[in-house]
Design a protein around this ligand. Structure first.
Ligand SMILES: O=C(O)CCC(=O)C(=O)O
Length: 269
């Protein structure tokens, strides 16, 4: 299986529409890949909070239309990263950080609304609503499980995806450079503990004053880094055998030793 991770530079001097056209052209260049992955909120940037409302769109909006045509022209499965999804209008309007997965025919196959919102008492955590549903997608070669950026810090989400049949965990992100070490460490941890491939695709550049970590990475089910990007915009292409997940889980069957339902001891003073 061949995957291309497009580590897009998100800089404020490029308009959202120009970036969409540029990214669509990059996706078209990936003909021959089985899966192409884009980062989180690449149209405007994960920290461009002031653009969330104005650039919010529905899952069949301008980003989908541009990516649909590009996926079809390239004949690839496309994890199109995430958009700010708008649901409803007026006072009842809601926003979600929503990933889109498209088939090689350009159809929208599944969406995933980011479950863990980042920012504590500001930013995404206050501007967006949280998703509540684990999402997997069956591709011809393997089953992928979806997570987004800050989700990477929550191992129980990934264990849920594995229980739902995922062999390959796809994590689009807009991770800041300041915590790059966490990004690399957590991507490997999620791969090792879940005996799964991890494809983690971040952004490059600086937007809203936040330098992005880059260093998109592909980790195999043994925790080995198969490929890692640098700091700038880059296409990271990697070939791997999805069957290695089943082999790893059989040869080192740690997942079978899980002890579920352990009683929580009472709190003592
Ligand atoms: O967890 C982190 O350090 C970064 C998370 C983040 O930037 C995001 O979810 O947008």
């Amino acid at each position: 299986m061949r995957a291309s991770l497009l580590q897009i530079a998100v800089d404020p001097d490029e308009s959202v529409e120009s970036r969409r056209l540029r990214v669509a052209a990059l996706v078209r260049e990936q003909r021959g890949a089985d899966l192409v992955v884009l980062p989180e909120l690449w149209p405007m940037g994960a920290f461009a909070y002031e653009l969330f409302a104005t650039e919010a769109e529905t899952p069949d909006g301008p980003t989908f239309r541009a990516m649909s045509a590009a996926a079809r022209d390239a004949g690839v499965w496309l994890h199109a990263g995430s958009i700010v999804e708008r649901v409803g209008d007026g006072p009842s309007r809601r926003l979600y950080n929503t990933s889109l997965v498209l088939s090689p025919a350009g159809e929208l196959v599944r969406t995933y609304r980011k479950i863990h919102r980042f920012g504590f008492d500001k930013g995404e955590a206050t501007l967006m609503d949280a998703g509540g549903e684990l999402v997997t997608v069956a591709l011809p070669e393997t089953t992928i499980g979806l997570a987004t950026c800050y989700d990477l810090r929550f191992p129980e989400l990934f264990r849920g995806l594995v229980d739902a049949g995922a062999h390959l965990l796809v994590v689009p992100a807009g991770w800041p450079a300041r915590r790059r070490a966490h990004w690399s460490l957590l991507a490997r941890a999620r791969a090792v503990e879940n005996q799964s491939y991890v494809l983690a695709c971040g952004t490059a550049g600086t937007h809203a004053g936040v330098e992005q970590a880059g260093h998109s990475v592909v980790v195999d089910p043994w925790g080995e880094v198969l490929a890692e990007a640098g700091d700038g915009e880059e296409v990271l292409t990697v070939e791997f055998d999805p069957a290695r997940v089943a082999v790893t889980r059989e040869q080192f069957p740690a997942l079978k030793d899980r002890r579920l339902g352990l009683a929580v001891p009472p709190v003592r003073d």
